[in-house]
Design a binder for this molecule. Structure first.
Ligand SMILES: Cc1cc2nc3c(=O)[nH]c(=O)nc-3n(C[C@H](O)[C@H](O)[C@H](O)COP(=O)(O)O)c2cc1C
Length: 185
């Protein structure tokens, strides 16, 4: 099941949002490796404003999946297939990051969360696992299900599992040449 990658770019190229999962359980040591990758992510003022809740209890995970999908719109109906959900919690940052964020008018903590989530997902790809980052969910329901305290905020959920039919769909991206310039805007 595990693939061999020859470069980091190859891992990046093979990651895609998986929306069809097999029921094969995810080994706990693989979840831990993904968490280790997230643990080592950089963050503004090294604030590390995150906590990851691993939801692998099937009943609780299904309740969480219900909080990500709406019946009236075709949104996130696939999440129940994923055997594990990782809830990414935004924690209070340290004082320097909080002050810096105000002075610089930049949401450092959300940037930090995004980087840590990317670390997690790319490590998952390297282990042959599939992920889909979910930003659309009923925050109130998620809070209640996991007893998340008021000062902490669930901002993302990572649906995690083995892809049902591993096959990389075509990437829809802006033309490569359009996203960068050298030496001027
Ligand atoms: C912050 C964030 C929130 C997202 N929320 C959702 C979501 O709620 N449901 C979903 O199916 N995909 C979600 N995605 C996945 C994106 O749709 C996907 O990454 C994008 O279309 C690029 O496709 P790719 O990941 O397959 O390369 C989210 C991605 C990010 C980074």
């Amino acid at each position: 099941m595990e693939k061999t990658f020859t470069s980091f770019l190859e891992i990046v190229q093979q990651r895609y949002s998986v929306r069809s999962f097999s029921s094969t359980p995810v080994e706990d040591d693989k979840i831990k490796q993904c968490l280790q990758a997230a643990h080592l992510a950089p963050s503004a003022c090294n604030a590390q404003p995150w906590k990851f809740i691993v939801v692998n209890d099937p009943a609780l995970k299904n309740q969480l999946a219900d909080a990500t999908s709406k019946h009236i719109v075709p949104m996130n109906h696939f999440t129940k297939q994923a055997p594990v959900h990782i809830v990414v919690i935004l924690e209070k940052p340290n004082v320097t990051s909080a002050i810096g964020s105000v002075i610089q008018n930049k949401p450092y903590t959300l940037i930090d969360i995004g980087i840590a989530t990317a670390h997690f997902c790319l490590q998952a790809t390297a282990l042959g696992l599939g992920t889909c980052i979910i930003g659309w969910f009923n925050e109130k329901k998620v809070r209640k299900l996991l007893n998340i305290p008021l000062l902490s905020r669930p901002v993302l959920i990572i649906a995690l599992g083995y892809p049902d039919k591993p096959e990389i769909p075509p990437k829809h991206r802006k033309p490569f040449e359009n996203i960068f310039n050298y030496n001027q805007y």
